[in-house]
Design a protein around this ligand. Structure first.
Ligand SMILES: Cc1cc2nc3c(=O)[nH]c(=O)nc-3n(C[C@H](O)[C@H](O)[C@H](O)COP(=O)(O)OP(=O)(O)OC[C@H]3O[C@@H](n4cnc5c(N)ncnc54)[C@H](O)[C@@H]3O)c2cc1C
Length: 531
């Protein structure tokens, strides 16, 4: 038995039992155990403070409950999953010899699906078009430092680890259910810091995410998963309405199934492949915009009232603007102490995104300022229309950037009055920027909504739309423009085909993609396991 006790003021170097005892007005000796399960920074006051949610054990629960303190209640079994404490162990099953799952893509959805299937006893083959993470880091660094061309198979979004490998490594999600425990406890077993998992806005940073991948791979291999790199799947084998294998770029055929396609939303070829094979899909709204970059000190000043933030983390923000007369706009994927990175996988395109290291010590902060675009705006007459729209923007950005992979940029202050920028402050983008007019890149409805939103954001964070803010464009890959039709057995029109993760239109982040991969793996085990 235990209690859940929220809103406890948390201090570094103080024992959990002491903090909880102070909060409850008890003698520490009256508490037998206290564990911090969630910590967040309450920055609403002049002096921000850390607050914690604790799992508390004490003999006299009844008298605490009788006091009806806000939020204090009995700890229920589901809380262990919600706070990522319990590691679910899948039951070992027997599978018929015909069940040989193929997982396509080693991003979060594919990795966690493969892990769950293998832990359940299924013989899994994992096919990844890029290389192992060590090779991928070399390829990305080579491109950023001008030593190598853009590698279409090993880049910021493709290769072991998937799109989140060079990211801020935020691992929070709006979903709060038991499956989080499976993901968080496995990440801890591969080396993630348990303390970072307890953060309300948990982030690992690209350095720590990259470090998790080799132990993840070794675990998969120990469980018998065939982890195959440089294997680009180009077609699906469908016989009598059932997916029975895949074809690789070198012409080889891999027979097996069910087939989980966890290829992300930058793999436009893989999405087209599923549509070609008969998987039903519908166009979806997408969010388009640009990264806005500021000195981190400006954000600290606006949020904390001072640049001298001491022990506090670099300040972050989340802003939204929902006018009735125009598409909604919001900030997304804010990276405090981070950098803006080139996120394209296709040659002759420019796409940007954000990344940070665990320490979040960069001079800058950035976030995407994106506008929600309805499928009707981009003329969604077929499921792939949104990709064509994104692609046209990314090509225009390549041209506006001088066809060198430099990114077009504009001062926020100039953007607001439709004035091209002649120069911009130094930015973090590693391939150089070309100052100019983002109207050459972004469609008019996106520009107009961003302008209105940036003005509104200035009202919330002083300096946001001032002279130090720079927009770097375009941010086109925040959401998948397509959603596949699925039921609990996967694709509704092709049996044994499971489109999963971000590319399938059912996730939008590292953890939600991993959760989606897990759900598919569970469904396969429930259906195909013999016991
Ligand atoms: C720069 C950046 C920063 C981000 N920051 C965050 C963040 O901080 N927090 C967060 O939650 N989310 C973040 N995201 C989003 C997050 O990375 C994605 O939502 C998530 O990775 C999607 O997971 P997925 O497994 O569905 O697909 P992906 O991660 O895209 O993985 C797909 C995998 O499939 C492989 N593949 C593709 N096509 C084929 C094929 N034909 N054959 C074989 N293999 C193939 C790819 O190489 C890749 O490894 C970020 C994304 C980017 C680009």
């Amino acid at each position: 038995m235990a209690l859940l006790v929220p809103n406890v003021t948390w201090e570094d170097h103080a024992e959990d039992v002491i903090l909880v005892a102070r909060h409850l007005g008890l003698d520490p000796a009256a508490i037998t155990g206290a564990r911090l399960v969630r910590r967040s920074l309450d920055a609403r006051q002049r002096r921000p403070r850390w607050v914690g949610v604790f799992r508390v054990e004490l003999p006299d629960e009844a008298s605490i409950l009788a006091r009806r303190l806000p939020g204090v209640r009995r700890w229920i079994p589901r809380d262990a999953g919600r706070y990522g404490l319990d590691a679910e162990v899948p039951p070992r099953r027997r599978f018929a010899p015909s069940v040989r799952p193929i997982v396509v893509g080693a991003g979060p959805a594919g990795l966690f699906a493969a892990l769950y299937l293998a832990e359940s006893g299924a013989p899994v083959r994992l096919l990844e078009r890029g290389g192992p993470v060590e090779e991928r880091i070399e390829a990305v660094n080579g491109f950023w430092r001008g030593r190598a061309p853009l590698d279409p198979e090993n880049n910021l979004v493709f290769g072991e680890g998937g799109a989140g490998t060079f990211s801020d490594g935020k691992i929070y999600t709006r979903r709060r259910d038991g499956e989080l425990g499976y993901i968080f406890q496995r990440l801890i077993s591969f080396g993630a810091d348990p303390a970072s998992i307890a953060e309300a806005w948990a982030h690992l940073g690209t350095d720590r995410i990259r470090a998790l991948l080799p132990p993840f791979r070794r675990r998969l291999q120990e469980l018998g998963v065939e982890v195959c790199y440089h294997q680009r799947v180009v077609d699906l084998r469908v016989e009598d309405g059932r997916c029975v294998g895949v074809e690789l770029a070198d012409g080889a055929v891999v027979e097996g199934g069910p087939v989980l396609v966890a290829t992300g939303h930058s793999a436009r070829d893989a999405i087209e492949m599923m549509v070609r094979a008969g998987a039903e899909a519908s166009p979806r709204g997408i969010a388009i915009g640009a990264r806005v970059e500021h000195p981190q000190a400006l954000i600290d000043r606006a949020r904390y009232g001072t640049e001298a933030r001491g022990e506090l983390p670099p300040a972050s923000y989340r802003l939204a603007f929902n006018p009735s007369s125009a598409p909604a706009a919001r900030t997304f994927c804010m990276c405090p102490g981070g950098v803006v990175v080139p996120a394209m996988n296709h040659p002759q395109r420019v796409v940007v995104n954000g990344m940070s290291f665990a320490a979040r010590r960069a001079f800058w902060s950035n976030s995407a300022v994106i506008v929600e675009i309805d499928p009707r705006t981009y003329g969604a007459d077929d499921p792939l229309a949104g990709f064509r729209w994104q692609d046209a923007i990314e090509r225009a950005a390549f041209v506006a950037g001088g066809e060198t992979y430099a990114a077009p940029a504009q001062r926020v202050a100039d953007f607001l009055v439709d004035r091209p920028s002649r120069e911009v402050p130094r930015t973090s983008y590693p391939l150089g920027i070309v100052p100019g007019d983002l109207r050459a890149v972004l469609p008019d409805p996106v520009v107009r909504s961003m302008q209105a939103a940036l003005l509104a954001f200035e009202g919330k964070l002083e300096g946001f739309a001032g002279a130090d803010g720079v927009l770097i464009a375009p941010e086109t890959r925040t959401t998948s423009p397509v959603r596949f039709h699925r039921d609990e057995r996967g694709c509704s029109t092709v049996a044994d085909l499971f489109p999963v993760g971000e590319g399938a239109g059912f996730a939008g982040g590292i953890v939600s993609s991993a959760l989606d991969g897990l759900s598919a793996a569970r469904a396969i085990c429930a259906e195909a396991g013999l016991d």
